[in-house]
Design a protein around this ligand. Structure first.
Ligand code: ZN
Length: 416
């Protein structure tokens, strides 16, 4: 169960683009970049679309077979907890333990004091390779971090042991995620979170903190890029330090739940990876569905009408569709075109509004975000939508592959 230095989250809403996504990873391999594909789908997506974890497994296995991929690949039970992990156990071999809801839940006072006692030796000025200056740490700070994060670490331990009992140790990859919270975790917090993860005996391969800034779905990063870069580099340094200090797996690496398309930080992330010779898991997933709409819009025939129909459906059900994503989208309603106006657009115009090309004057981030969360409308079209995907599979597949390779893999892993 070797995840490898670089891994990339794929997987798609409707399970039709497995081969097109894998083609991007194969193209990277041809360029000398080894990346492990990981098909991921969260409980939220499964619920909205009406799919099951076994469907993702089938998609992955079929794509691997069709493309003749002989490298490792994984199926990720994304953002699971004790309440829903069971339905993912059989189909998955990668588990993202989501403990965000447990952050800040009061931990047992004696546990916190004992934790702070064990790590008191790090209080003072701590030098960490790769960090300019030193981390200033106080005993009170360690207490506060224990108080905030020990409940989450313990919950991660419970979920991990539950999966281990079912699948056997060493038969799956474990990620611990804390990204779906309000506050970013600092590198110092990360250090002691990793200590707590190690104490729980979790052989974490990836850890997903919440980074500074906003990671809205399907659009670019919002925040101070230089601040992100500094924090990201410090996190890389802390992970390497924690691996040695706490005996965590050698190949432990950061996982960035990008929400897709964080183009302005891809360059700094890539530079940091090379500077630290560090690995990365980039979980991006969702925008393959938008490439399906772009492909349909460009396909001619009935394609553009289907794309427009999805938009008008999403427009009329905005509240309902945006609800589950409220904290990770930021739609300016004044910028949304009326469905009547979109009816007059040709496929090119629709694709230009949707495609994430910041240099294009027609690109509309609000339009894009609404469609990003609008996949339920397409899901409800049922067979008609899926059949359209199959009819126009060629042009859709080209868009899917190019999007993953050109806009994501190359800038992050390839340094271009
Ligand atoms: Zn996430």
């Amino acid at each position: 169960m070797i995840l490898g230095k670089y891994s990339f989250g794929i997987g798609d809403r409707f399970g039709r683009q497995g081969a097109a996504q894998l083609a991007a990873v194969i193209k990277a391999k041809g360029e000398g970049l080894d990346i492990t594909p990981v098909w991921n789908k969260s409980k939220r997506e499964h619920t909205i679309i009406g799919t099951r974890p076994a469907d993702v497994r089938r998609e992955a296995d079929e794509a691997v077979k069709a493309c003749g991929w002989d490298g490792a690949y994984f199926v990720d039970a994304d953002h699971i907890g004790l309440s829903n992990v069971d339905e993912f156990i059989e189909a998955s071999d990668f588990f993202t333990l989501d403990v965000a809801d447990f952050i800040g839940r009061p931990a047992d006072r004696a546990d916190v004091e004992a934790f702070a006692g064990r790590y008191g030796k790090y209080a003072g000025s701590l030098a960490v390779d790769g960090i300019d200056g030193e981390l200033e740490i106080t005993q009170e700070r360690i207490m506060a971090i224990g108080g905030k994060f020990l409940s989450g670490a313990k919950e991660a331990g419970r979920i991990y042991r539950h999966i281990e009992r079912a699948k056997g140790a060493g038969n799956f990859v474990t990620e611990v995620s804390m990204d779906e919270t309000d506050e970013a975790q600092t590198p110092v917090e990360m250090l002691f979170i990793l200590a707590a993860i190690a104490e729980e005996g979790i052989p974490a391969r990836t850890v997903a903190p919440k980074f500074t800034g906003r990671f809205n779905k399907g659009v670019d990063y919002v925040g101070e890029v230089s601040r992100f870069s500094r924090e990201f580099e410090e996190d890389l340094a802390v992970v390497a330090f924690a691996v040695k200090e706490f005996g965590l797996p050698e190949d432990l690496k950061l996982s960035v739940h990008s929400g897709s398309d964080k183009f302005s930080i891809y360059g700094p992330i890539g530079q940091a990876l090379r500077k630290f010779d560090a690995g990365l898991h980039l979980k991006t997933a969702g925008t393959t569905w938008l490439e399906e709409l772009i492909g349909l819009a460009m396909a001619g025939g009935d394609g553009p009408a289907i794309a427009r129909q999805v938009y008008s459906g999403a427009f009329s059900r905005m509240e309902e569709l945006c609800g589950p994503y409220a904290t990770v989208i930021n739609i300016d309603r004044g910028k949304l075109p009326a469905p009547g106006a979109v009816e007059k657009w040709d496929g090119e115009r629709f694709a230009a509004a949707l495609r994430h090309d910041r240099s294009c004057k027609d690109y509309n981030p609000s339009f894009r975000q609404l469609l990003h969360v609008g996949y339920k409308v397409a899901a409800e079209m049922g067979g008609a939508y899926i059949e359209a995907l199959d009819r126009h599979a060629g042009i859709i597949g080209e868009n899917v592959t190019a999007n993953i390779y050109d806009r994501h893999i190359r800038p992050v892993f390839g340094g271009r």
